[in-house]
Design a protein around this ligand. Structure first.
Ligand SMILES: Nc1ncnc2c1ncn2[C@@H]1O[C@H](COP(=O)(O)OP(=O)(O)O)[C@@H](O)[C@H]1O
Ligand SMILES: [Mg+2]
Length: 390
């Protein structure tokens, strides 16, 4: 159903005259978006899948187990959507070794993990920032801070016209709003996030994502901040007990449709089409998460039995094992620190875990060795392979 979702303003960029799009404030109107019929069924299924994911998160003694892996999985895939080459293995390896020569791609993913933690902390802290444009800017500052982002104005809303797709403004797929209106349309979005709205919160989170991508307020990193916004909203609005949904797995699988649906809201006013797509992605990602959680749970149980049944098992070895789900790679130093013990004891403990078939040395070196809970990482790493170019 045709619906006008904004206006165009002709501007000049790099000597070319182009039409930049200025979205109307939310909610979708004339006609209003109504969640009934097929959309209502998709909504019910997506909410049901999120509930299952919440239950899956409580299957293990410490929810940190799944949060560790699932947050990193989301970070890797969300970064890959626009071309970052880092893999989950790279990220976990750098976290374990804390080497200083972190490649830019790995740094971007680690930055995403830090950013999510920072935003959640601000929101949880009574004296922290509320969910607002300033917080999103701060998130952007954290995400883009570091080697590659300096010229991307980390933490700042853009002051120039940008565009999506195409090599120059004239052949761009989409021209976001002119820089001078960005603060105003972002302010509208912020206000709508805090207003009561009769639409279901899950649907609102999807709509907020589109609006954010349409505004494209930053010079880079808009996709990642916009997807992070969804995860944050789902937690704030009570749909997720922890950031366990790695939604980007579905956006990456259906990347062309993802881009087309974002575009169709602007060109055809198709909020219904976007909402259906978004709800299917949430369901798909949540079901994927539940299945991964089940398999990790089984795998952890099996590995624990391997260890406790091993003739050389020690209490310290079991203690280290229980720490592995959120430290799936360790070094001699990190194991000693985690166990609060001496290097020789840590070394013996690592040896036991290797002999029991739980850990594996992955560098093949004699010095600076790294031990991985590889079977666990392999399950987590599914769908996080680098897919090459578009
Ligand atoms: N036609 C479109 N309309 C609005 N947003 C789009 C469109 N196509 C892609 N996008 C969004 O733009 C993002 C890319 O913007 P970018 O600033 O480079 O983000 P990042 O660097 O985090 O990937 C995509 O991930 C997607 O979310
Ligand atoms: Mg980018």
């Amino acid at each position: 159903m045709p619906r006008i979702t904004g206006t165009y303003r002709t501007t000049e960029v790099g000597g070319e005259r182009v039409r930049a799009f200025i979205p109307y404030p939310l909610p979708p109107r004339e006609p209003a978006l109504v969640v009934d019929g097929d959309l209502a069924a998709l909504h019910r299924d997506a909410v049901g899948a999120l509930e299952q994911l919440n239950v899956a998160g409580t299957m293990v003694p410490s929810p940190g187990w799944f949060i560790y892996g699932f947050v990193r999985k989301e970070a890797v895939i969300s970064s890959q959507i626009e071309g970052t080459q880092a893999t989950l293995q790279d990220v976990v390896l750098f976290e374990a070794t804390r080497r200083t020569d972190r490649p830019a791609d790995v740094e971007e993913v680690c930055n995403y993990v830090d950013t999510l933690a920072m935003v959640r902390q601000e929101l949880a802290d009574a004296s922290g920032l509320p969910l607002c444009v300033r917080l999103l800017c701060r998130a952007h500052g954290r995400l883009m801070g570091g080697v590659r982002g300096a010229e991307k104005l980390p933490g700042e809303v853009r002051r120039s016209q940008n565009w999506i797709g195409g090599s120059r403004p004239g052949n761009a797929r989409f021209m976001p709003p002119p820089a001078d209106v960005v603060p105003e349309v972002l302010g509208d979005l912020e206000r709508w996030l805090h207003e009561g709205d009769p639409l279901p919160p899950l649907v609102r989170a999807g709509i907020a994502h589109v609006q954010f991508e349409t505004i494209h307020p930053f010079l880079d990193g808009n996709g990642r901040i916009g997807r992070l916004l969804v995860v944050i909203l789902l937690e704030r609005w009570g749909l997720l007990a922890a950031p366990l949904l790695y939604l980007s797995v579905a956006f990456k699988r259906h990347r062309q449709e993802y881009y087309d649906r974002l575009g169709a809201v602007r060109t055809d006013g198709d909020w219904e089409g976007w909402t259906g797509f978004f709800l299917r992605c949430v369901r798909e990602a949540a079901e994927d998460g539940v299945s991964t959680a089940r398999r990790l749970h089984t795998l952890i149980g099996g590995s624990r039995r391997l260890l406790t049944g091993h003739k050389d098992a020690t209490l310290t070895a079991v203690r280290l094992f229980e720490l592995l789900p959120d430290h799936p790679m360790v070094t001699l130093q990190s194991a000693a620190a985690l166990l609060d013990t001496s290097s020789p004891t840590a070394g013996k403990t690592l040896d036991v875990l290797c002999r029991a078939g739980v850990l594996r040395e992955v560098t093949g070196r004699r010095r600076d060795r790294v031990y991985a809970f590889q079977s666990y990482l392999d399950v987590l790493a599914e769908d996080t392979g680098v897919s090459g170019s578009e």
